[in-house]
Design a protein around this ligand. Structure first.
Ligand code: G4P
Length: 525
C-alpha cells in the first residue's frame, strides 16, 4: 500500500465522557465490530470507584488495566482504527488531557437522561483548545431520556459548539422505537434486548406512507414534524466546520443494546479526519512528510517492581517508523534505536516492524523519556500541546527514611517524568512541593515510592490556592516581583519561575500590583 493511503486509512481517536455515560460500553461494542474482541465484557472498565480512594490494590489493578487498554487498534472495512483510552476518574484528568493531544478526533458520549455533565464540559474545553473535531453520541435511548431538542440546545450552549443531528430518535425509554439516520436516510427499528443487528430500512422520502407500517401513525407524524424542524433550524451539515472543531454531528443510540453503534462507526469512519498536522515550537509538521517524527504523550511504569523498565507511548506524527533504525531523541541529542517497539490490538501487544502516522507505538524505556519528548530523523522538533496544568492541590513532601534519600529523589523524579504530579521547589526554604489535580495522586505517589523505589515519604500541609507560571519582558519589574515575593517563589522541574499564591485575593493583588508580569495557568505559553 502507498504511504499516503496508509495515512488516509487511519483514524486515531478517543471516546470521552462523564463517568457512567457509557464510554466503556461503547468502546467494547466498537471493538466487537472490529473483531478485536469476541465476547462482551472483555474490556474492563478502568473506573476507580470513589470508595477505592485508599484501596491500593485497586490503584494497582487500575494501572494494570489501563496499560492493557491504553490503545486499542483494529482493522475495519479497510480502515485502521486506533482508540486511545482515557482514565474515567477525574483525579486522573491530566492523563486524559495529555492523551487528547495524541488523537485526531473524539467521540463524546452523553447520557440522554443526564445531558451535559461536569467532566464532559472540562474535556470539551481541552478539545476546543486544539480545535479537535467532535462527534456526539447520545446514549441510553432505551431509558427514559430528555427531549432531544433540549439536549441539542444544552450541548450547544454548555459545550460551546455548533450541533447538527445526523440521526434522530423516535421516542425514548419504553416508547423508544428506533432511530432515523438522516445521514444515510435509513430507518433503524429498535427491539429491546435484541442484540442481533438489523439492517436499516431505506427511506429516501420520509413522507412515504409505508413509514406508518413500521412505526405507527403517531410516531410517523411526530418524526416527520421533527425532521422538518431540524431541516428548518439546522443548516446542512458542513463537513469543514466539523473538521475545524466548530460543529459536532450528533448521533443517538444505546451502546448497551448495540443500537446505533454500527451507524455511528460507519459515519465516524467517513467523517473523521486522518492524521493531519502537528504543531511544534519550530514549525508545523505534516503527516505526509516522509521523514519520521513523533512524541511521547504517556509513560507507564512497569507493574513488576523487579523490572524498572517503563513503557513510553509514542504518537507517530509523520513519516515511516521502522524497528532497529536510529532516531534522534531530541531533548537528549542522542541517537537511539528500538529493537522491540510494540503495537496494541485490544488486549494484546505485539512487536511491530513499522508504523505510520496516527499509530501509537510502545517503546521500552529505562528512564530516558519524559512526557513531551520528541523523536525524529535528525531535525530538532519540539511538539507543542502537552502543557502541565496549574495544580489544584498541594502538599510538602518530606523524606520519612533518612537512609533512603537517594531512592526518594530518584523516585520523585521518575514519577514526575511520568506526569503523575508536578514538583515545585520553593526557592526561599528549599522545600519540595507536590502539586496534583486530585487527592488520589498523593496516595499513588506514596504507595509507588515505597513499592517501586523502597523510599518513604511523608506529606505536610501547605496552604496554597494556585501555582502559576510567570513571565515578563520587563526584567526590572520581574526582578522586583521575585524579590518582593521571594517567600512565594518556586521553580518547576524545568527550572521555570512559578508563583505560589496562597489565596485568590493574593493572586489578584499580585496581578494588579505588577501589571507588566503575565501569569499563566498552563505551562505552555
Ligand atoms: P463509563 O465507561 O462512561 O463510565 O460507562 P459504562 O460504559 O461503564 O456504563 C455505565 C453504566 O451504564 C453501566 O451500567 C452500563 O451497563 C450502562 N449503560 C451503558 N450504555 C447503556 C445503554 O445504552 N442503556 C442502558 N440502559 N444502560 C447503559 P452499570 O450498572 O453501572 O455497570 P455494569 O455493572 O452493568 O457494568
Amino acid at each position: 500500500m502507498k504511504f499516503e493511503d496508509e495515512i488516509k486509512r487511519r483514524r486515531t481517536f478517543a471516546i470521552i465522557s462523564h463517568p457512567d455515560a457509557g464510554k466503556t460500553t461503547l468502546t467494547e461494542k466498537l471493538l466487537l465490530f472490529g473483531g478485536a474482541i469476541h465476547v462482551a465484557g472483555a474490556v474492563k472498565s478502568n473506573k476507580i470507584k470513589k470508595t477505592a480512594t485508599s484501596d491500593f490494590m485497586e490503584i494497582e489493578k487500575q494501572r494494570g488495566i489501563s496499560v492493557a487498554t491504553s490503545v486499542m487498534g483494529f482493522d475495519y472495512d479497510g480502515y485502521k482504527v486506533n482508540i486511545l483510552d482515557t482514565p474515567g476518574h477525574e483525579d486522573f484528568a491530566e492523563d486524559t488531557y495529555r492523551t487528547l493531544t495524541a488523537v485526531d478526533s473524539v467521540i463524546i458520549v452523553i447520557d440522554a437522561a443526564k445531558g451535559v455533565e461536569t467532566q464532559t464540559r472540562k474535556l470539551m474545553e481541552v478539545c476546543r483548545m486544539r480545535n479537535t473535531p467532535v462527534i456526539v453520541f447520545i446514549n441510553k435511548l432505551d431509558r427514559p431520556g430528555r427531549d432531544p431538542f433540549d439536549l441539542l440546545d444544552e450541548i450547544e450552549k454548555e459545550l460551546k459548539i455548533g450541533v447538527r443531528p445526523l440521526a434522530w430518535p423516535m421516542g425514548s425509554g419504553t416508547d423508544f422505537k428506533g432511530v432515523y439516520n438522516i445521514y444515510e436516510q435509513s430507518l433503524y427499528l429498535f427491539t429491546p434486548g435484541k442484540q442481533k443487528l438489523e439492517d436499516g430500512i431505506e427511506f429516501r422520502d420520509i413522507n412515504d406512507p409505508e413509514l406508518i407500517q413500521h412505526i405507527g401513525d403517531r410516531a410517523a407524524s411526530t418524526l416527520r414534524e421533527e425532521l422538518e424542524i431540524i431541516e428548518g433550524v439546522y443548516p446542512e451539515f458542513d463537513h469543514n466546520a466539523y473538521l475545524a472543531g466548530q460543529l459536532a454531528p450528533v448521533f443517538f443510540g444505546s451502546a448497551l443494546n448495540n443500537f446505533g453503534v454500527r451507524e455511528l462507526l460507519h459515519a465516524f469512519l467517513k467523517l473523521a479526519p486522518w492524521p493531519g498536522k502537528s504543531v511544534t515550537a519550530e514549525r508545523t509538521v505534516d503527516s505526509f512528510e516522509t521523514t519520521f517524527s513523533g512524541f511521547v504523550f504517556k509513560i507507564h511504569a512497569n507493574m513488576d517492581p523487579n523490572h524498572r523498565n517503563r513503557l513510553a507511548f509514542v504518537k507517530v506524527c509523520s513519516g515511516h517508523f521502522e524497528r532497529n533504525t536510529n532516531y534522534l531523541h531530541v531533548r537528549l541529542g542522542r541517537q537511539m534505536k528500538f529493537s522491540s517497539p510494540t503495537a496494541f490490538m485490544a488486549d494484546k501487544k505485539s512487536i511491530i516492524d513499522e508504523a505510520f502516522p496516527g499509530d501509537i507505538i510502545g517503546i521500552t524505556d529505562s528512564g530516558n523519556f519524559k512526557i513531551g519528548d520528541s523523536l525524529s530523523e535528525g531535525e530538532i522538533l519540539n511538539f507543542k500541546g502537552l502543557p502541565s496544568f496549574s495544580p489544584e492541590l498541594f502538599r510538602y513532601i518530606e523524606n520519612a527514611d533518612p537512609m533512603k534519600s537517594k531512592q526518594l529523589a530518584k523516585g520523585i523524579e521518575q514519577l514526575m517524568d511520568e506526569g503523575v504530579a508536578q514538583l515545585f521547589v520553593n526557592q526561599f526554604n528549599g522545600r519540595k512541593i507536590i502539586g496534583t489535580v486530585g487527592s488520589l495522586q498523593f496516595e499513588v505517589i506514596q504507595y509507588r515510592l515505597l513499592h517501586e523505589y523502597g523510599a518513604s515519604c511523608r506529606y505536610e500541609p501547605i496552604n496554597l490556592y494556585k501555582a502559576c507560571w510567570i513571565r515578563s519582558n520587563d526584567k526590572k519589574e520581574l526582578d522586583e516581583f521575585k524579590k518582593r515575593k521571594s517567600q512565594y517563589m518556586a521553580k518547576d522541574k524545568s527550572g521555570r519561575d512559578v508563583f505560589l499564591a496562597e489565596s485568590s485575593y493574593m493572586l489578584q493583588m499580585a496581578q494588579e500590583g505588577f501589571p507588566k508580569i503575565e501569569f499563566f495557568f498552563t505551562s505552555e505559553f
